[in-house]
Design a protein around this ligand. Structure first.
Ligand code: 4AD
Ligand code: MG
Length: 455
């Protein structure tokens, strides 16, 4: 057993350039191994990089360990970092001491070398993190999360930890999971898992100006689509003294910077997506964020949809709503890039969105925006908020809700109200777009969807 220091050198660090001849200790799991008279080696991964490190065994080591160094085994190897005569890698580890930390019977191991379908791997959510695809997905998920925080922190936004347990329906859509605890109720009233931190974070914007919340949100919508999950992570910035244009400018800068920084951090992972998941995705995404995003009003968008000769599954034109097929057409085919759709009909959007001053074609609209991207459709929903108390009360009632239930939200409209707004980005939607992965179940560590909460 080793002493308590020098636990390991991450493979990423080694490959980035350890000195020739340096003593090293690598830990990880066997990806592949080969034992033969001439040369025996194992390839290890440890999660720090898409690459494996090659460990060369001498004849005696190979003989002693070949039955225990199959795929999946957990090992710790000390040895020497050496220039590699083989063509595939510049350096390799010449094994000194080999420790089998955790045996793995290859005949029984559910993760085999041959490709397995993503659907099947969903039934192995505890082991799929060891596959190439999920190694890349979750490294990218981590990098994106880091750059999301960095983006806001560098701009002086304050991270607010809004509650997960709430009594108010932030979207007013009645899609909340109820918390059943205690009789009488634990909290003295009915409570739910939050659908959005927005209302809570709005109060903080009225005190700290630029804020954001980033955490899990929950929706009890019974949507069986590749883009909906019952538990997902949302980033919601909120800015005071701001209008819809300010919100859109922030959203555009945010998507662009986070996307480029994440790709730059995870080059190898994006090469993998490009080659194995969605050919061309890397260049397409980079191309998309290197251009200005488009902008169109909901009414203009409907005119575009009416003007194309298509067999739409859902109707288009006045009185209709944008369905996924329409959203994807706009982003993918018409604008050929991300597009902000703005000023939706008021009756299609949440109660808190600011009512526009003038009607369009006789229709009341709100200062809302959705950002649509190719292949996915909506990744962001946002708006300027209704800061006028009388208008807000009318809108709450028009949605069949009770103003009293939102008393504290309404209070902010009485005490130093400001024009303000923000947006919500679904982290998983952004990841689907960046990586080319097709199903939200494959970018969440443990997806929760209708009928699904194993693991
Ligand atoms: O459009 P939504 O419902 O907007 C809000 O929740 C606002 N409170 C945001 C705000 O203004 N602060 O949701 C925002 C985003 C969507 O655009 C989508 O990316 C994601 O959250 N989203 C989901 N992602 C996965 N599964 C679901 N069921 C989702 N519902 C929304
Ligand atoms: Mg939305």
């Amino acid at each position: 057993m080793r002493a308590g220091t020098d636990r390991r050198t991450p493979i990423r660090t080694l490959l980035a350039g350890a000195a020739d001849g340096a003593p090293v200790r690598v830990t990880g799991w066997v990806k592949t191994s080969r034992f033969s008279k001439n040369v025996s080696f194992v390839h290890l991964f440890d999660g720090s990089t898409p690459q494996t490190v090659q460990v060369i065994l001498d004849v005696d080591q190979a003989e002693a360990f070949k039955t225990r160094l199959g795929i999946g085994a957990a090992v710790a190897i000390t040895g020497t970092w050496k220039a590699s005569p083989g063509g595939h890698q510049a350096f390799e580890v010449a094994a000194g001491a080999i420790e089998i930390v955790g045996d793995c019977d290859p005949s029984d191991y559910p993760i085999q070398r041959k490709a397995t379908s993503l659907e099947h791997l969903r039934t192995l959510a505890h082991l799929r993190p060891r596959t190439n695809t999920f190694q890349s997905v979750f490294r990218v998920r981590n990098a994106a999360s880091w750059h999301i925080h960095r983006f806001f922190q560098e701009r002086g936004f304050m991270w607010v930890h809004t509650p997960i347990i709430t009594a108010s329906d932030a979207e007013g859509a009645g899609e909340m999971f109820e918390i059943v605890a205690g009789d009488p109720p634990f909290f003295g009233k009915r409570t739910f898992l939050t659908v959005s931190g927005q209302l809570a974070v709005e109060n903080f914007a009225q005190a700290f100006t630029d804020v954001y919340t980033f955490g899990p949100t929950f929706r009890a919508e019974n949507s069986h689509t590749p883009r909906h999950a019952a538990e997902f992570w949302m980033i919601e910035p909120e800015i005071a003294f701001a209008n819809l244009d300010d919100v859109i400018a922030l959203a555009e800068a945010f998507v662009k910077e986070v996307t480029l920084a994440t790709i730059a951090d995870c080059e190898g992972d994006f090469d993998f997506f490009d080659q194995r998941i969605e050919p061309g995705v890397k260049a397409a995404v980079i191309g998309a964020v290197e251009q200005p995003f488009h902008r169109v009003t909901w009414h203009e968008a409907q005119k575009i949809l009416v003007g194309v000769q298509r067999d739409w599954e859902y109707p288009v034109g006045p009185g209709t709503s944008l369905q996924s097929e329409h959203e994807r057409f706009l982003a993918e085919e018409y604008f050929k890039g991300p597009v902000f759709v703005t000023n939706y009909p008021a009756d299609q959007k949440a109660f808190y969105m600011r009512l526009d001053d003038a009607l369009t074609d006789g229709v009341a609209t709100v200062s809302a925006t959705d950002l649509l991207v190719p292949r996915i459709g909506e990744i962001i929903g946002g708006s300027q908020r209704e800061e006028r108390l009388d208008v807000l009360d009318d809108r709450i009632r028009a949605h069949g809700l009770e103003p009293e239930g939102y008393w504290w939200y309404r209070d902010l409209r009485r005490y130093g109200t400001t024009p303000h707004g923000g947006f919500g980005l679904g982290l998983e939607r952004l990841l689907l777009w960046m990586t080319g992965m097709k199903n939200i179940r494959d970018v969440l560590p443990y997806p929760r969807t209708p009928g699904n909460a194993e693991f």
